[in-house]
Design a protein around this ligand. Sequence first.
Ligand code: ADP
Ligand code: MG
Length: 366
Amino acid sequence: MRTVTLPRRAFLATLAALALGGVAALRLEPASDVRETFYLFGTLVEIETHGVPERMARAAIARAGQSLEAAHRDWHGWRPGELGTLNTAIAAGRPQRVDATLAALLRKGRALSCASGGLFDPAIGRLVGAWGFHADTLPEGDPPSAAAIAALVARHPRMTDLRFDGTEVRSLNPAVQLDLGAYAKGAALEMAAAELRAAGVEDAVLNAGGGVQVMGRHGARPWRVAIRDPFQWGVVAGVSLRPGEALHTSGNYERYFDRGGVRFSHILDPRTGRPMQGIVSVSVLDTDGARADAAATALCIAGREAWPRVAAAMGVRAVLMIADDGAVFATPEMMARLEPAQGGYPAPVQIVSLPEDVTPPACPED
Ligand code: ADP
Ligand code: MG
C-alpha cells in the first residue's frame, strides 16, 4: 500500500545479562533491528524492532503477531468469528454479546462515523459485498445494478443505529452489516504495538499496506516513512514520525477494478452507494491510529470541497490530499511535517487551514 519505510540501518550492540544456574553470566548479544513479516488483512504486515536483543525481539514480535491474527479473525465481517456472529444476529434482529475489545472498537467506530457525518460508515457491509470488495481478491463480474445499489442505500444502514448495553450490541436497523475494513488496520496496529511494549520493546515500527504505527524512535533518529506517489513509482514526501504516531493513507489506486474505462475504487460513498471519485489519495497523521485510518477513508469520500470540515469534525489536523488532476493539498500541520523528496513535490502544495468553527454533530451515547 501507500506507505513504505525508507531504508534505514543502524546497529547497536548491547550487553545482555543472562542468568545461568544461579551464576550471572554476561553474554554479548547484538541488539540490531529485527524484522518479521506476516500476511494479514489482505496485505503484508511488517514489524521491525530496534534496540532489543534478537531473542527478546522475536518473542515480542510473535506476541504482537498473535494479537494481529486475533484481530483478523475476530474483526472479520465475512468469515465465521465474533463479528460474523454479530452480523448474523443483527440481520435477525437479535442482540449479541461480544468481547470487550470488539465492543470498544465498535463504540469508537460509531463515534468516528457520527463525527464524519456518515462518510466513514462501517455499517455499509452489504454495499461492500454487493460491489465484491469484501474478498481478498478483486471483483471479477460487472458492477452491481443501479437498482440493487439504490435498494441497499434506501435501507440507510448506519453505525449510529448501534446500541450498547455493556458488551451487548444490537442494531436498530437490520440492514446494518459491519465491515471494519476502513479502520481495523489502524486499531490492530495500535493493539500490536501495545503487545510489543508489554513484551519490553520500546522502539518499533509496524507497517501494513497504507498504514504505519511507530513506537519510540530508531536510535538517535525518529522513524522515517515515505508517502508513495499514487501516479507513479516514487515518493511524494517523507515524514519523520514522533513516538506513538500513526500515518494512514487511503486511495483509489490500490484496490479497484476498471470497467469500460471507469475506475471503481473499494471506498464507497454511503450516500450514493457508489465508489469515491475525484480523489486519488489521502494521508492522515495522528496520535490515534484507528482515527487516522478512519479519517483517511472519510476524507477520500468528502472530496476536495468538504474535506477540511470533515477533518476538523473528526479531530484530525495533519492531512495530505492528492486529487485526480494532480493537485496536492495539505493542512499547515501536515506541511510542517513533510520532507520533500529529491526533486521536490510532484505539484505545488496548496495549504488549506482547517475551519475552527465546526460543531460536532450530536451522537448516540449508549
Ligand atoms: P485499505 O484497504 O487500504 O485499508 P481503507 O482504510 O480506505 O483502505 O478501507 C477500505 C475498506 O473499508 C473497503 O475495502 C471496505 O471494506 C470498507 N469501506 C468502503 N467504503 C467505506 C466507507 N465509506 N466507510 C467505512 N468503510 C468503508
Ligand atoms: Mg482507512
